[in-house]
Each structure stands twice: as C-alpha cells, then as structure tokens.
Design a protein around this ligand. Structure first.
Ligand code: PEP
Length: 252
C-alpha cells in the first residue's frame, strides 16, 4: 500500500461568493477527521475568508493560479506570498483553462510552480492532452513534454502534486477508461522517479481530474497511481463533493 496521503481537491474556478462559504463549512462539519487530505481552491476573492472560516478544520485552502514574481507592476495578478498571506497552503498552476485562455506555456507554468515552492506552497501542476492529441496517439508524448517543462527541479512530495486532466474530459461528462487513466498515471510516476529518484518521485501525489462525480469516483480511485482527484463542478456542492471524499477514504 502506498504511503502517499490521498488528496481530494476542489477547484471552484470562477464560481462562488460569500454565501458559498457555507459549502466549505458544511464540508468541514461532515469531515472533521478525514482519512485523506481535503483541499478547496476558491476564487481569489474568497480565499482569505474561506481560510478563516476553515481555521481549525481538516480542510486546506489553495489559490487557482499565481504570478511567477513576488510583487510588482502586474495589474490583476496575485503572487505566491499573497496567497500564503491569505491562508493558502496550495496553488493550482497550469490548469488547461489558464493554458488556453491566457496562453500559458510550460515555461510560464514552471516559473509559477517555482514561485509557489519558494514560498512554501505546494504546487498542483496540471497536465493534459486535447482530444485531437489523444486521437493522434500522442497522449504520452504530450504529457511527457508538459511534465518535463512545467515541473521545477528539486520537487518532492511536499512541494508538488501533479494533476492529470485530459482537456476533453474537463466539464464535459466524458471520462477516459480506467485503463487510459492508469496508463498515464503509471507513465507520470515513472518519469518523476527517473527525474527525482524513487523516494522523492515516489512521494508526489498524482490526481486525476475531469468529470469526477460521486458515481465514478470509486472506480477511478482504485486505479494504480491515482492518489486522489482534482474536482471542478462536483466540488461546488457539499452533497456532491462529500461522497467523492468518502470514496477516496474508502480506497484506503
Ligand atoms: C477541473 O476544473 O479541474 C475539472 C476537473 O473540472 P470538472 O470536474 O468539472 O470536469
């Protein structure tokens, strides 16, 4: 059995106002001593309030992006030390929506992950192929290139989480087969161990993301090298996210 502590991470994207903090506190109430780590990444406007509302609970908070620099003339951006100041322990970087909407390259994602690591945040680095790339048989090549380019040197199980999120599965209700998920996760694990050594590379948690729901979570969590999930839509309601957390706890 793996010694990696499993992680259920919710990405609220551009959803949520003050009233939705009740979702976070409801989850904290339902999971006072969870058998896995739980993370919520609300929009930046809610981060500080959510961190305060969850103080003393088992749920950590994270940002959805950070700038590579610590401060400066970057209107609208948020830095890693600002996220720390708002109570975050994690930050998602390189989500496919940021790569697509903001043209973020692997090098840009790596610089953001480096900023996170400099400031003691755990970087959740997202990777994923498009449908065209999968259909062209290029999935592992694409994932290998993104992984090599987006993950900083010196990463380990405390500073890095990798999320495999096929672009075509995000928010679509389409999910790869369990064999397809296992193939990519085993590949990522092997590459991490090659680069960082068996101990550090073996300690990095690998999340699957893309249309994870209460009904498919248990099957996905049984796949080798799946240490949890990055969940979008189904993390917005406690009654959806809670059974996913329970499925992860049951996966042991
Ligand atoms: C995501 O945004 O990272 C995601 C996986 O979204 P969804 O669960 O809604 O597909």
């Amino acid at each position: 059995m793996s010694t990696r502590r499993r992680l259920a991470a919710g990405n609220w994207k551009m959803n949520g106002t003050g009233a939705d903090l009740a979702v976070a506190t409801a989850l904290a109430g339902r999971h006072p001593a969870p058998g896995c780590d739980i993370l919520l990444c609300p929009p930046a406007t809610l981060l500080s309030r959510m961190s305060q509302a969850l103080e003393g609970s088992a749920i950590a908070t994270g940002g959805q992006d950070c700038h590579a620099a610590d401060s400066g003339a970057h209107t609208g951006d948020i830095s890693a030390p600002m996220l720390r100041d708002a109570g975050a322990a994690y930050v998602i970087v390189g989500h496919s929506e940021r790569r697509a909407d903001h043209g973020e390259s692997d090098a840009a994602v790596r610089a953001k992950a480096e900023a996170a690591m400099r400031h003691g945040l755990c970087a959740v680095v997202c990777l994923g192929e498009t449908l065209a790339q999968r259909e062209a048989g290029r999935t592992l090549e694409v994932i290998g290139t993104q992984l090599a380019g987006s993950v900083p040197d010196g990463a380990d199980g405390d500073s890095l989480v990798v999320a495999y999120e096929p672009v075509w599965a995000i928010g679509t209700g389409k999910v790869p087969t369990l064999e397809q998920i296992g193939e990519v996760h085993d590949f990522i694990r092997a590459r991490l161990e090659e680069r960082f050594g068996a101990a550090a590379g073996g300690a990095v948690r690998l999340l699957y993301g893309g249309s994870v729901k209460p009904g498919n979570a248990a099957g996905i969590f049984a796949v080798s090298n799946v240490d949890g999930a990055l969940v979008g839509g189904a993390s917005l309601k406690a009654e959806d996210f809670s059974p996913i957390i329970e499925a992860l706890e049951a996966a042991g």
